[in-house]
Design a protein around this ligand. Structure first.
Ligand SMILES: Cc1ncc(COP(=O)(O)O)c(C=O)c1O
Length: 368
C-alpha cells in the first residue's frame, strides 16, 4: 500500500456536491466575510443595493462572458431554489396549454425535470437510455412538430454519463449543466438556455446561474400561460430587475465570483478541461486495467467529472469503502439509487489528489 500523507482535518473530498472548494478561495472568503474590499463590512452584511455589490455583479457577468465566451445577446441571471427550481420554472414560463417540450432522458435529473414539466403542459420524452440503465447517451431524437424547447442534461451526476457534444437540435436547446459547467469548453451560441446550480463547479449551494438567449426569453408567450406566474418564478422579473427584485443570495454570488477569479488563475476553461481529461484518464485507466472494478458507463459515454463503478460483491464494496475512508478518501460512495462508487473530479480536485486516489485503487486491487 502506498504510504499516503493524510491530514485528516483536510481529507480528500471526492464528493459529488457540495464539492471540494479550493483552499485559496476559502481563505479569501473568510477574510471577505470580515471586511469586503475595504468597506469595513463583511460580504454577508453588505446591502445588495450598494455600489460595491452592483459592481461585483457586473464583474461576475463580465468574467463569465470572458471565460465561457458568452455572446452579448445572452442574459446572465441569478436565481435561487437550486437547479431543481428550474425544472418547474422553465415549463411555467415556456410551456402553456398550446405548446410542447421535448426531453432527452439520460438519467434521474432529466427524468425529474420531465415529470415536473408535465405538470404545466405537454412535455414528452423523445429519446432515453433507460433501457440499458443509462449506460449510454440517448440517440435518434424523434422531435415533436414544433416544440418550444428541447431539454437535456449534459452530465448525469448520478449515473456518470456525459454528452460528448451537445445534441443537434433544430429547436431551442436547454441544458442542465449543473455538474459540468466550466469543466470543459462549450459553444454557448448553440444553446437557448444553460443553467447550473453552484455547489459543484461554481462555489456553494444557494445560487443558480442562468444563461439565456434574449430571443428565447422573448419567446415567452404570456397569453399561453393559464395562470399569472408568481413573481419570483417569472424570468421577466430577473431580466427586468437585474436579478435584484428581492434580496439575492449575496454570499453565494460573491463566492461564485471568487471561483471565477480562481479559474482565471488556472488558465481558464481550456486549461481546466485538459487537466480534467487527464485526471479522468488516470482513474479510468486503473478501473479498466483491473478485473476487480466494473466501470458502469459505456466507454463512449463516460463522464469526465463523475466516474461510476461497482465491484463484484457487496462484501468487496464494503471493504473498499472502509479502506478508502481510513485513508482519507471521502465522498466516493455511489448515489443511493445506483450503489457502487462515484468519484467526482470537479475543477477543484488537483492532479495530486487524483493520483493519490488512483494509487490507492490500484493497491487495493493488487491486494486481491
Ligand atoms: C445534473 C443535476 N441537476 C440538478 C441537480 C439538483 O440541484 P439542486 O440540489 O441544486 O436543486 C443536481 C444535483 O446534484 C444535478 O447534479
Amino acid at each position: 500500500m502506498t504510504s499516503l500523507q493524510i491530514d485528516h482535518k483536510h481529507p480528500y473530498n471526492f464528493g459529488a456536491g457540495p464539492a471540494k472548494i479550493p483552499k485559496v478561495v476559502l481563505q479569501k472568503a473568510s477574510e471577505d466575510l470580515m471586511n469586503f474590499r475595504g468597506t469595513g463590512l463583511g460580504i454577508g452584511e453588505l446591502s445588495h443595493r450598494s455600489d460595491e455589490f452592483l459592481e461585483l455583479l457586473e464583474e461576475i457577468r463580465s468574467n463569465l462572458r470572458e471565460l465561457m465566451n458568452i455572446p452579448k445577446e445572452y442574459h446572465i441571471l441569478f436565481c435561487t431554489g437550486g437547479a431543481t427550481n428550474q425544472f418547474s420554472m422553465i415549463p411555467m414560463n415556456f410551456l402553456g396549454e398550446k405548446r410542447t417540450a421535448d426531453f432527452i432522458i439520460n438519467g434521474i435529473w432529466s427524468k425529474k425535470a420531465l415529470e415536473e414539466a408535465k405538470k404545466f403542459g405537454n412535455a414528452q420524452c423523445i429519446a432515453s437510455s433507460a433501457d440499458n440503465g443509462f449506460r449510454t447517451i440517448p440517440k435518434d431524437f424523434n422531435f415533436s412538430e414544433a416544440p418550444s424547447y428541447v431539454y437535456f442534461n449534459s452530465n448525469e451526476t448520478i449515473y456518470g454519463n456525459q454528452f460528448q457534444s451537445e445534441p443537434i437540435s433544430p429547436f431551442p436547446l436547454i441544458c442542465d449543466a449543473s455538474s459540468d459547467i466550466l469543466s470543459r469548453e462549450i459553444d454557448v451560441s448553440k444553446y437557448a438556455m444553460i443553467f447550473a446550480g453552484a455547489q459543484k463547479n461554481l462555489g456553494i449551494a444557494g445560487v443558480t446561474l442562468i444563461i439565456m438567449h434574449e430571443q428565447f426569453f422573448n419567446s415567452i408567450r404570456k397569453e399561453d400561460i393559464p395562470f399569472s406566474l408568481p413573481t419570483l418564478q417569472s424570468y421577466e422579473t430577473y431580466v427586468k430587475d437585474n436579478s435584484l427584485y428581492n434580496t439575492p443570495p449575496v454570499f453565494c454570488i460573491y463566492f461564485l465570483g471568487e471561483i471565477l477569479h480562481w479559474i482565471k488563475t488556472k488558465g481558464g476553461v481550456r486549461s481546466l478541461e485538459s487537466a480534467n481529461r487527464e485526471k479522468a484518464d488516470l482513474i479510468y485507466k486503473i478501473l479498466d486495467a483491473s478485473s476487480l472494478y466494473k466501470p458502469y458507463v459505456d466507454k463512449n459515454a463516460r463522464s469526465m467529472v463523475n466516474i461510476t463503478f461497482t465491484l463484484s460483491s457487496e462484501t468487496l464494496e464494503k471493504e473498499l469503502l472502509t479502506a478508502a475512508s481510513q485513508n482519507g478518501f471521502l465522498g466516493i460512495q455511489g448515489h443511493r439509487t445506483v450503489g457502487g462508487f462515484r468519484i467526482s473530479l470537479y475543477n477543484s480536485i488537483t492532479r495530486e489528489e487524483t493520483e493519490a486516489l488512483a494509487d490507492f485503487l490500484k493497491d487495493f486491487s493488487n491486494g486481491r
